[in-house]
Design a protein around this ligand. Sequence first.
Ligand code: ADP
Length: 226
Amino acid sequence: MLELRRVVRRYGGKIALRGVSLRVRRGESLSLIGPNGSGKTTLLRVAALLDRPDEGEVRYRGDPQGVTMVFQQPVFFDTTVFKNVAYGLRIRGRPEAEIGERVRRVLSLVGMEGMEGRRVRELSGGERQRMALARALVLEPELLLLDEPTSSLDPPNTWLVEGIIREAERECTVVLSTNQPFQAARLSRRVACLFEGRVIARGSPREIVERPRWERLRRFLRGEGW
Ligand code: ADP
């Protein structure tokens, strides 16, 4: 579904991605792990077709409208939950009755039923993050990209959000980034480890997180540097 070939992305003189190749099949779930600054967000933005690579290629076999990314710090309109979640459907010209129905259904999926009329600024951090997921899921994406979806959440909200992501994985292809390797193992069938703009290891959660064979990867996962 998605293929990146030797993707290079620079910000001024800084190189954020140094030749990344990755393939994601339809229906697959992939987690990107790696320390801060290793290029996870940049890679997601390129995969979401929001940024073009400076070198290399990105191929997406599907409708680019079917690609949705949830940012680490989502930006909302200062209005109600309903208007925020409905917005993407409105600009796609869906009829009001359908919008109402889909917004209700997705709010129930994220554990926010009946909260349509609440103002976003009155929501807790966890509710806001779940609303950001609702806003993406209501579009029924083919490819969903999530940038550190639980990084600012407490354990109960993390648990809720992981459940929502697992539900989403039944319907669409999910690529997410996380700085918690065991979260990657819980949520994805494949894990890729980034370091300084390169994919340094990839495989199953068992190979990469639970029983990494490579001593350098073990040290890295223990937080002892590279
Ligand atoms: P991660 O998501 O793994 O923390 P990022 O993709 O955000 O990593 O960043 C990769 C590298 O690119 C970092 O060194 C970061 O400082 C740099 N970078 C990211 N975005 C920008 C930007 N808009 N301008 C300049 N440098 C950036």
